[in-house]
Design a protein around this ligand. Structure first.
Ligand code: NAD
Length: 321
């Protein structure tokens, strides 16, 4: 029997690279695709010698051709952190719209099942807490974050249209803040920002008064959720995230304790449209997939900190791409 073949877009990024590892481990032939706009080949270079790994340097907003059969597609290409999508807003909209359209077309052509990466940002600054999949969200389409949020809302809409109109087997995951090794220290997200500042001996910057909350999921838990959703027969969106909510101020204190750093916390004005609270309702994932997170913040933070500590010194001061 031939090996199952899977295409992973955004393969050189944080989540895409962990997905490549997981599907190689599961015995798949993995085709990674990326244009390296925010990703880094270092995340997947350990896979290059493997006969069951191929890499295509390609922008998914352009027509995608993959030779041979495909059983699955994971569409993860997209800038994901505010610092990235504020810098390349049009590419962000294009990868959510044209990139998703191209991936869905490929899934249809190859009769492959496709899972697309959506986000908790489709809930915007939520008026319902915690967020269930049935909540339609509170997004400002013309605010600075609208380019990402609306791209992902479009991604969901076109995915559902391909499912109902063309009968493509689709899965939609709404990912809540995820962290772990291979995040970029300078990607502007709270966790790497705090750890980077602590490692450089700088004060930790908290935006607003730090009372806004986030719920952080360790990457291994997320990958397990993605795997289970892909193997399920469920085409409505499913939240995957860790419901253990914490304020950003308390989170900064946890990072200070972990790193043993003597620096202070300093407060800066809140960015426009920054969500005040975020917490997934994961009832659907529990009931449908038997999934829930297993890695607590203390363990996940330690693993992530150990990864950042091992990075070469120049990575600590590197500016965003
Ligand atoms: P990342 O920036 O590390 O990875 C994204 C990858 O996509 C990068 O390697 C980048 O080069 C690639 N890419 C971007 N545009 C492309 C294009 N046009 N063609 C080909 N490749 C392209 O981000 P991540 O955190 O790994 O996020 C991956 C996916 O998960 C994204 O779709 C993101 O929206 C989604 N997501 C992530 C989180 C999270 O907490 N990390 C939360 C919600 C959703």
């Amino acid at each position: 029997m031939r090996k199952k073949r899977i295409l992973i877009t955004g393969a050189a990024g944080f989540l895409g690279s962990h997905l490549c590892d997981r599907f190689i481990k599961e015995g798949y032939h993995v085709i990674g695709m990326d244009n390296l706009v925010t990703g880094d080949l270092k995340n997947i270079e350990h896979l290059f010698p493997l006969p069951d790994f191929e890499f295509y340097y390609h922008d998914v907003t352009k027509f995608i051709h993959v030779a041979g059969e495909l059983d699955y597609i994971l569409h993860f290409a997209s800038p994901a952190s505010p610092i990235d999508y504020l810098k390349i807003p049009i590419q962000t909209l294009k990868v959510g719209a044209l990139g998703t359209h191209n991936c869905l077309g490929l899934a249809r052509e190859k009769k492959a099942r496709i899972l697309v990466a959506s986000t908790s940002e489709v809930y915007g600054d939520p008026l319902v807490h915690p967020q269930k999949e049935t909540y339609w969200g509170n997004v400002n389409p013309v605010g600075p974050r609208g380019v990402y949020d609306e791209a992902k809302r479009y991604l969901e809409a076109i995915t559902m249209a391909y499912h109902t109109f063309h009968g493509v087997e689709t899965r939609i995951i709404r990912i809540f803040n995820t962290y772990g090794p291979r995040m970029r220290l300078n990607d502007g997200r709270a966790l790497p920002a705090f750890i980077g500042q602590a490692l450089r001996g700088e004060d930790l910057t908290v935006f607003g008064d730090g009372s806004q909350t986030r719920s952080f999921c360790f990457v291994d838990d997320l990958v397990e959720g993605i795997y289970r959703l892909l193997m399920s027969d469920y085409s409505e969106p499913v939240n995957i995230g860790n419901p253990d909510e914490i304020s950003l101020k308390d989170f900064a204190l946890e990072v200070l304790k972990l790193t043993g750093s003597a620096v202070k916390i300093v407060y800066k004005p809140l960015p426009v449209d920054d969500p005040k609270q975020r917490k997934p309702d994961i009832t659907r994932a529990k009931e449908l997939l038997g999934w829930e997170p297993t890695v607590g913040r203390a363990e996940g933070l330690k693993k992530t900190y150990d990864y950042f500590k091992m990075l070469p010194k120049e990575e600590l001061v590197k500016q965003p791409k």
